[in-house]
Write a protein that binds this ligand. Structure first.
Ligand SMILES: [Zn+2]
Length: 134
């Protein structure tokens, strides 16, 4: 199996404003960002599903001086969050709106609701998350 068409479809969908994951036909696990084989059962029989973008942030770290990437500068302030989609996929992602100042308010409330957003980067689109105001 070749990962290239999967990656291509993922980015093409983002251009159309859709966030697509891959759902395993055998065990129902949804993988996002999409992968070739299911991490639940290693099955490669997967289908495309649009994800809602609703997610939860369980934990996060603020970027250190060394881990701040210039191409993410426009997203400031942000943190690196441990994220779980309502569809079940877990991964690390950029979550915007978290600062040193708001960190102490957010930590006692973890996990907190977040929502995915498509952003334009240099030549391609990608997915980041925003805190959902309660
Ligand atoms: Zn599976």
């Amino acid at each position: 199996m070749n990962m290239e068409p999967i990656v291509k479809r993922f980015y093409t969908s983002l251009e159309e404003g859709k966030m697509m994951g891959r759902k395993c036909k055998r065990c129902g696990v949804v993988e996002f960002p999409p992968v070739i084989a299911c991490n639940g059962c290693s099955c490669t029989d997967m289908e495309w599903v649009e994800i809602s973008g609703k997610a939860t942030m369980f934990d996060f770290v603020l970027p250190g001086v060394m881990s701040t990437r210039p191409d993410n500068e426009f997203l400031q302030p942000y943190c690196y969050g441990c994220v779980e989609l309502e569809e079940g996929a877990k991964f690390n992602a950029i979550v915007c709106g978290v600062t040193k100042k708001t960190k102490k308010d957010i930590v006692p409330r973890l996990p907190v609701p977040i929502k995915a957003r498509i952003v334009q980067k240099d030549g391609y689109k990608t997915v980041v998350f925003d805190l959902v105001k309660e």
